[in-house]
Design a protein around this ligand. Structure first.
Ligand code: SF4
Length: 372
């Protein structure tokens, strides 16, 4: 018995076209490399289905796909960059009902590996292995079935590198100190969540203790992880340029991240950034609060969705709420804007310019709140 992966009926079809799934072809500075395609989906069966159909239609093999999921199905993209119109869906794909049932059981799990495993199985079915679901000894199917059978929250349901937070997060590692250097040294030993396991080092904030402006990004990237300093990679270059245009020199601001360890997935050629989840952001928040308590900035700028989520709450939306001062206790003036990575991730030069201009405008607004 087979069923269509296109879903059933017009209502389902309408829902499919609302799914904000994004394919991002390789662009300089973005998390794409030749031969590897990054696919961002809402963590739903519909999100996976639509992406998988297009990938199979385009002949993209499982080893050439890195799956990433958005925290919230209805929210804008990773750094709230505007999404393009959804591309045309791929060809309709008939799959065995057991696959649909298995996918339905696995999708609610938290293991980020589930998308890769599901696509690997689906790819082989689409290539003609129609009896695959009958096989008991297929390793991918075995892992998917274990995942489907595991109770929620058990290791089998989540323990494939998802970076779940330890119960207490960073709080037990944060010393009572007014010294930024001591704070940074203590952070080097933090094990408040699982992200320390795969990253090279803790990347703490950097800048003068006298800085009147603090900028908070998401997490260190590949270069930051290797060099041990925030915003030293491609996004850092964009930030430096925007700060200079906003008359806010980089050496006069303190820059840090909501999450201090690099979260990534390893591909054969490169480590690709993964968005930290809410648990990881919450686990790392004590470090950020400790930095802000010592710095007492005049202006605080949240760069992107993760920093905004960490400091301004889950309801904050960059696309809706950026570019204006909001009430918050961390500083007299607090605002949010795009993460510089959103410039690099723009779909085309026009989008790149638009986001960059907004970033500069918002940084100018931040600059205006600093006397002198
Ligand atoms: S990400 Fe933050 S909470 Fe997690 S281990 Fe690193 S410093 Fe600690």
């Amino acid at each position: 018995m087979e069923t269509s992966l296109a879903g059933n009926g017009d209502a389902d079809r309408r829902r499919r076209f609302c799914v904000p799934e994004v394919f991002r072809p390789g662009r300089p500075g973005a998390d794409n490399i030749a031969g590897v395609r990054e696919v961002v989906i809402p963590p739903t069966l519909e999100g996976f289905r639509d992406a998988a159909r297009r990938l199979i239609g385009a002949g993209v093999a499982p080893e050439d796909v890195v799956w990433r999921e958005r925290d919230e199905p209805a929210s804008p993209g990773l750094f709230d960059a505007p999404s393009p119109e959804p591309p045309d869906p791929g060809p309709e794909l008939m799959v065995p009902r057991p696959f649909v049932a298995l996918a339905g059981a696995v999708v609610p799990r938290r293991d980020p590996e589930r998308w890769r495993l599901l696509y690997s199985v689906l790819w082989r079915i689409a290539r003609g292995d129609r009896d695959l679901m009958l096989r008991r000894d297929d390793p991918d199917l075995q892992r998917l079935r274990r995942l489907a059978d595991a109770p929620d929250g058990s290791p089998a349901a989540s323990a494939s590198g998802g970076g779940a937070a330890a119960p207490n997060g960073a709080a037990p590692f944060v010393p009572a100190t007014a010294d930024l250097g001591e704070l940074a040294r203590a952070a080097a030993s933090c094990q408040g969540c699982d992200l320390y396991r795969d990253a090279t080092r803790t990347v703490f904030g950097k800048g003068p203790a006298s800085a009147r402006a603090v900028l908070v990004g998401e997490q260190p990237g590949d270069q930051e992880d290797l060099q041990g300093a925030p915003f030293v990679g491609p996004a850092g270059a964009v930030l430096d340029r925007a700060l200079a245009e906003a008359d806010l020199p980089r050496d006069q601001v303190y820059v840090t991240n909501a999450v201090k360890h690099f979260k990534f997935v390893r591909t054969p050629k490169r480590r690709l950034h993964q968005t930290p989840n809410s648990a990881e952001i919450g686990a790392c928040r004590p470090w950020l609060l400790a930095e802000l308590a010592i710095l007492e900035p005049r202006v605080l700028v949240c760069l992107g969705a993760s920093a905004s989520k960490a400091l301004l709450g889950d309801a904050f939306r960059i696309t809706r709420d950026r570019g204006r001062f909001v009430e918050a206790s961390y500083a007299p003036r607090v605002l949010a804007t795009y993460h510089p990575s959103a410039v690099l991730r723009a779909e085309d030069p026009a989008g790149e310019k638009r986001i960059y201009d907004l970033l500069v405008t918002d940084l100018r607004l931040a600059r205006s709140a600093i006397p002198g």
